[in-house]
Design a protein around this ligand. Structure first.
Ligand code: F6P
Length: 534
């Protein structure tokens, strides 16, 4: 059993050494390091099952990497990794395990939690999803108007971002009904979809781990009313299924157990796509491809567990992140998939990274002395190039970037080559820059260069590749949590807003005499009443 409370970060003890490394590299240009070492690309790139991770365009050399690796070892990273995989309660503030890796475990090894192998339950859950997904896809699951033509996933946060992003990214593999996603409590989110689907042939998936999330429950009630109004109360039930750990609440909502897909409290919301929360994706791409998606994540898990630290993709991703965040003081990290269908990847990563590591209290209950999670943002390429890349190239802040690039995919070679060339041109420009001399003496056309980026390269965005990429990012986030000494698996920062919502909602009622806690909120409430009545 590990002692997770004794967790003051070793990173603090390494700050002098790491700062000395930064000083040594301060005036070194990455482009010069490529000149001096013809093998730099090979040295600083790692492959795993068709995915290449190139991190050679960073401000690093072998010596700085070795200090970072020593820091990771001193942080007991390997011990913490094994604790997570083996079902220890690494989520200390909620006293839970974080066993999402068990959901994609393809080995015959048992995964024990509290003395019980969880794999048989995981397999039973998958089998139930598979039977249902197949029936929806082949039309044998009949609703009022016959076979299902449209599926609407109602959920938010982890119950939306992963399934929505993966379903859109894998649209090429969609050979089932049309998929739609509703998250926001703004009525337009649901109504804009209801406008062009038919209640008689629609299946609603209410996806909520807690089955109490206000936005999701409101949307689910509205969807139910819409179906009931069209086809009557008695027939509405078969148009709904539920994905949740709260089986009492799903029943109370009126969803039969046979259409309720459960999972476990050791699956965090933002890690839940591998569980029943992935049902929408499974219905879209089919159980076989969903299995390949799980297989890609399993491959990343195996790589994380077995590859030496300096040949380990998520370890290097995490160490580079800490290097820039804590040593160089870069606050932001951008992610740019050169793939239109991956447009929700940055949003998915924002929740994964910022909800996990946007923390300032250590597992030891002390205030952190180190900066923690970065600000994540991003946009698909090439669109972002024509929007905010100007700042990334010539602005006064430095933003390390991850570029994601497929060599083939939808469309003809002309389109693909334009994507590839643009992506490589950007990473080259960021790293090489352009000197005053190269810019013919025009200072406005100078690029200082030395701006860091990683590139993920793969043949195509397949279920296997996407699963692997997502799991690499999950592990990167976990590793950084370990290095910073924080608990990446809770999300107390979103709870206060949820509580306050319930105190403010009644104040919106006309004539309600409750006063807000402060005069700013009260001033806004008064103005809201005034504008509503004007
Ligand atoms: O946004 C906070 C959060 O608690 C996320 O962690 C979670 O993914 C989301 O709400 C949705 O929660 P649920 O699946 O319980 O509806």
């Amino acid at each position: 059993m590990i002692n997770t409370l004794k967790n003051s970060p070793a990173l603090l003890d390494f700050m002098d050494k790491l700062n000395a490394e930064k000083q040594r590299l301060l005036d070194v240009q990455v482009r010069d390091m490529f000149e001096q070492d013809k093998d730099r690309f090979n040295k600083f790139s790692i492959r795993n099952e068709g995915v290449l991770f190139d991190y050679s365009k960073n401000r690093i050399d072998e010596q700085s990497i070795s200090v970072l690796i020593d820091m990771a070892k001193a942080s007991r990273l390997e011990e913490m990794r094994d604790a997570m995989f083996s079902g220890e309660r690494v989520n200390t503030t909620e006293n839970r395990a974080a066993l999402h890796t068990a959901l994609r475990n393809k080995s015959d090894e048992p995964v024990m939690f509290e003395g019980k192998d969880v794999i048989p339950d995981v397999k039973a859950g998958l089998a139930k999803m598979t039977t249902f997904a197949n029936a929806v896809r082949d039309g044998s699951y009949k609703v009022t108007g016959g076979a299902i033509t449209d599926v609407v996933n109602i959920g938010i946060g982890g119950s939306d971002l992963g399934p929505r992003m993966a379903t859109q990214s894998l649209r090429e593999f969609n050979d089932g009904p049309r998929l739609h996603f509703v998250a926001n409590s703004d009525a337009t989110d649901l109504d804009d979809i209801l406008e062009y689907i038919k209640p008689q042939t629609t299946l609603f998936i209410v996806a909520s781990k807690s089955f109490t999330t206000a936005e999701t429950m409101l949307n689910a009630r509205n969807a139910k009313r819409w179906v009931e109004d069209a086809i009557g109360k008695e027939n509405a039930g078969i148009h709904f299924c539920a994905l949740s750990t709260n089986l009492e609440a799903t029943k109370a909502f009126g969803i039969e157990d046979e259409r309720t897909f459960g999972f476990w409290d050791w699956v965090g919301g933002r890690y839940s796509i591998w569980s029943a929360i992935g049902l929408s994706l499974m219905i879209s791409i089919g159980p076989e491809d969903f299995d390949k998606f799980l297989g890609g994540a399993y491959s990343a898990d195996q790589h994380f567990k077995n590859a030496p630290l300096d040949q380990n993709i998520p370890v290097m991703m995490a160490l580079l992140g800490v290097w820039y965040r804590n040593v160089w003081g870069f606050q932001t990290q951008a992610v740019m998939p050169y793939d239109s269908r991956m447009s929700r990847f940055p949003a998915w990563l924002q929740q994964l990274d910022m909800e996990s590591n946007g923390k300032s209290v250590l597992k030891s209950n002390e205030q952190t002395q180190l900066d923690t999670g970065p600000i994540i943002f991003g946009e698909v390429g090439t669109n972002g190039q024509h929007a905010f890349y100007q700042l990334i190239h010539q602005g006064t802040v430095i933003i390390p970037c991850d570029f994601l690039l497929a060599t083939t995919g939808y469309g003809g070679q002309e389109n693909r080559n334009m994507l590839i060339s643009n992506c490589l041109a950007q990473t080259q420009a960021l790293m090489m820059g352009r000197t005053l001399e190269e810019a013919n003496g025009n200072p406005h056309r100078v690029f200082e260069g030395n701006r860091p980026s990683n590139t993920f390269l793969y043949k195509e965005v397949t279920p296997h590749v996407l699963g692997m990429l997502m799991a690499f990012y999950e592990h990167k986030v976990f590793i950084q949590g370990v290095l910073w000494g924080i608990n990446s698996f809770d999300q107390w920062g979103v709870e206060l807003g949820k509580e306050l919502l319930h105190t403010i909602e009644p104040m919106l009622e006309e004539g309600n005499s409750h006063k807000a806690q402060n005069s700013s909120t009260q001033g806004l409430l008064d103005a809201i009443h005034e504008m509503k009545n004007s």
